[in-house]
Design a protein. Structure first.
Length: 331
C-alpha cells in the first residue's frame, strides 16, 4: 500500500507585483506541492484584487499575514528596497522564505538574511528561475567533457527596451535601476558557470542625468584562472537574453538563457572552425522546478549553504560594480 501524499505546503504572498500576478502565483496554483492561502500588499485594495483572482484570503497588511498559523512559507515580491525587511520579518516569524531577486540591495543585506536563515534552520531561496532550467546543466556537461577545449572567455547579456515612465524600476528609492533588475542575471550566470572568486576589473554605467539612476551598463570580470567575462545589461536595448562560453576548440551560445517560456525548446549553438551544431533541448518550466525545489528544502528544514554562498557572491559583485564603475550621465 502506497504512503499517503503529503499535504501541500501553505504559502503566503507579501507583495502585489506584476511578476507575482503574471508568473509566480499562477504557477503556484498549478504546482501540487503548494497552496496559496493568503496575500498582503501595499494597499488592502490590491490585496483584495489578488485574493479574488487567486481564490485566497486577503490580509490588510504583511504583518498580519506573518501572524497566520496556517502559513508555512512566504513569497516576498515587494519592491527591491524592501526585500531584506520583509524576508527578515518572515524568518523571525518562523516562516520559510522565497524572495524575489535580488535577495537585497547589497552584500551586507544578503549576508544578514542568509545568516538568519541558517541560524533559524529555515529555507531561504532567491527567485532566480533560470538557475533551475536543465539547459545550464547541459552547458556545464559539455564544458566538463572538453567540447569547448580550454575556456578563455564568457559573455552574457540581458537587456530590455525602455519601460513606461512610471515603472517602479525607475524609482531609485525603491531599489530601481538596471543593475539590480537585469544586471544581476549576467552576474549570476557568471557565478554559475565560472565559479567563485570573480573580480570586477572594469565597469561602466549609463546613468540618468536627473538623478543618477543606472539605465544600462557593461562589466568586465576575471576569474582566478584568468577567464575573462564581459557582461551587458540595461533598459535601453532591444531584447537580449543570452550567454556564450568560448574556448580554443569551440564556442557555445545559450540563445534564450534567462527567461525561456515553459514551452520553449532551448537551442544551444556550438560553433567550431569548420562546422556548426544546433542542439535543441527539451522544454522545461524553470519556475515550476524552482517551486518544487523550494518545497523540498522546506520539508527538509533548510539546508541552503551552497545557494547562500552564491547569492552573497553575486551581491559582492554588485557592490564592486558600484564602486568600480565609471558613470556616464545621459538625458
Amino acid at each position: 500500500m502506497s504512503a499517503p501524499a503529503a499535504r501541500p505546503l501553505r504559502l503566503g504572498a507579501i507583495g502585489t507585483s506584476s511578476i507575482a500576478w503574471r508568473r509566480v502565483l499562477p504557477t503556484v496554483a498549478r504546482t501540487p506541492e503548494w497552496e496559496l492561502v493568503a496575500v498582503a500588499g501595499r494597499t488592502p485594495k490590491k490585496a483584495a484584487r489578488f485574493a479574488e483572482h487567486f481564490d485566497c484570503a486577503a490580509e490588510e497588511d504583511p504583518g498580519a499575514l506573518l501572524e497566520r498559523s496556517d502559513v508555512d512559507a512566504v513569497y516576498v515580491s515587494a519592491p527591491t528596497s524592501l526585500h531584506r525587511h520583509w524576508a527578515e520579518r518572515a524568518l523571525l516569524a518562523g516562516k520559510h522564505v522565497l524572495v524575489e531577486k535580488p535577495i537585497g540591495v547589497d552584500a551586507a543585506e544578503a549576508r544578514a538574511l542568509c545568516a538568519l536563515a541558517a541560524e533559524r534552520g529555515l529555507a531561504l531561496r532567491e527567485n532566480f528561475m533560470f538557475l533551475h532550467h536543465p539547459q545550464h546543466v547541459g552547458v556545464r556537461e559539455l564544458v566538463a567533457d572538453g567540447r569547448l577545449g580550454r575556456l578563455a572567455s564568457f559573455s552574457a547579456a540581458f537587456c530590455i527596451p525602455p519601460l513606461p515612465e512610471d515603472d517602479i524600476r525607475y524609482a531609485a528609492e525603491l531599489g530601481g535601476g538596471a543593475l539590480l533588475d537585469v544586471g544581476v542575471y549576467p552576474l549570476r550566470a557568471a557565478v554559475l558557470q565560472l565559479g567563485p572568486g570573480l573580480d570586477v576589473v572594469g565597469a561602466t554605467l549609463r546613468t540618468r542625468a536627473s538623478d543618477g539612476l543606472d539605465l544600462s551598463g557593461q562589466v568586465l570580470l576575471a576569474s582566478p584562472s584568468g577567464i575573462l567575462a564581459e557582461l551587458a545589461f540595461g533598459f535601453e536595448h532591444t531584447y537580449a537574453s543570452t550567454y556564450t562560453m568560448w574556448g580554443d576548440r569551440a564556442r557555445l551560445t545559450v540563445t534564450r538563457a534567462f527567461t525561456p517560456p515553459a514551452t520553449h525548446q532551448p537551442l544551444l549553438v556550438i560553433e567550431e572552425q569548420d562546422r556548426e551544431e544546433r542542439r535543441t533541448l527539451p522544454a522545461a518550466d524553470q519556475l515550476a522546478l524552482l517551486l518544487q525545489e523550494f518545497a523540498h528544502a522546506v520539508r527538509a528544514g533548510g539546508g541552503d549553504a551552497g545557494q547562500h554562498t552564491d547569492s552573497i557572491a553575486m551581491m559582492e559583485l554588485v557592490d564592486a560594480v558600484r564602486t568600480t564603475a565609471r558613470r556616464i550621465p545621459v538625458r
